[in-house]
Ligand binder design. Structure first.
Ligand code: HPA
Length: 285
């Protein structure tokens, strides 16, 4: 069972969660990491980890989706203190945009300045292959454009401005570092625009052709709400998609997309992603 949908939180709600987490760990994380579908094993790399199940944290949404573990892993990786979300909650589960972004504001209160967000996504760009990694350079927020932005409602000035800019939602500086690291490691890194849709149904071929026509390179059901809230409170963001499947753009292609395929390909990308992340972390101040 998911907790009741909640649309508004007070500053004190976020503080209560941050206080609880502080009471359960000695680490003072400055980097946040959100792991998408199939990418949970990455958290096993974190050293001296304190584990906190989401259910125990006041107001935290907890995911019931297969492939999403549902706990915080707070510890050390490549010289940094990291707070990692092993699994995230999604809008399609019935949570509000405010609930799915709640953890990002809590990370901010804990001292996080840089957020690395990962996800599984369907490839739309015809040059992409299943198993590719993509650096997100910009996004299309279909849920937000149609009215459900995570910042809707009274602005909490403690976090940021009423009308935050999204002109550079993904840090150009950190994107440059990511590109350089991928090059040094000999990893192919695609780049592109991520389209956020509500899900949980996968897109029809007509929807994929539409998304392609408006410039999307990949499509998925997460990330963008968290990135908006992270930018609102001044974090620098890196977004990485694992392209777990190629989307279907023709009727009668005989092809289907499945969650199993997404998880399977996600698992295969984990070793590359671990390599990439460790090297990125070494280059971040
Ligand atoms: N569509 C939407 N979300 C996804 C996909 C997809 O094809 N693959 C992984 N997440």
């Amino acid at each position: 069972m998911i907790p009741p949908q909640k649309d508004l939180f007070t500053y004190e709600d976020y503080q209560a969660a941050a206080d609880f987490i502080r009471s359960r760990t000695k680490h003072q994380p400055e980097i946040g990491l959100i792991l998408g579908s199939g990418l949970s094993p990455l958290a096993d790399e974190i050293e001296a980890a304190d584990l906190i199940p989401y259910q125990e944290i006041p107001n935290f949404p907890h995911s019931g989706v297969v492939g999403h573990a549902g706990r915080l892993v707070i510890g050390r990786l490549a010289g940094h203190s990291l707070i990692t979300m092993q699994g995230r909650s999604h809008f399609y589960e019935g949570y509000s945009q405010h609930q799915i972004t709640f953890p990002v504001r809590v990370m901010h209160l804990l001292g996080v300045k840089t957020l690395i967000v990962t996800n599984a996504a369907g490839g739309i760009n015809t040059g992409f292959h299943a198993g590719d990694l993509m650096l997100i350079v910009d996004h299309l927020n279909f849920v937000g454009i149609s009215g459900d932005n995570p910042l809707r409602g009274p602005n909490l000035d403690e976090f940021g401005d009423r009308f935050p800019s999204m002109a550079q939602a993904y840090s150009a500086n950190l994107g440059g570092i990511t590109r350089q690291v991928a090059h040094e490691l000999g990893l192919t890194l695609r780049e592109g625009i991520y389209a956020y849709v509500a899900g949980p149904s996968f897109e029809t071929p007509a929807e994929i052709r539409f998304l392609s026509a408006v410039g999307a390179d990949a499509v998925g059901m997460s990330t963008v709400p968290e990135v908006i809230v992270a930018n609102h409170c001044g974090m620098a963001v890196i977004g990485l998609s694992s392209i777990t499947n190629i989307t279907i753009r023709e009727l009668q292609s005989g092809l289907e997309t499945s969650h199993e395929e997404v998880l399977e390909t996600g698992k295969k990308i984990v070793p590359q992603l671990i390599q990439l992340l460790k090297e990125i972390l070494k280059k971040i101040e």
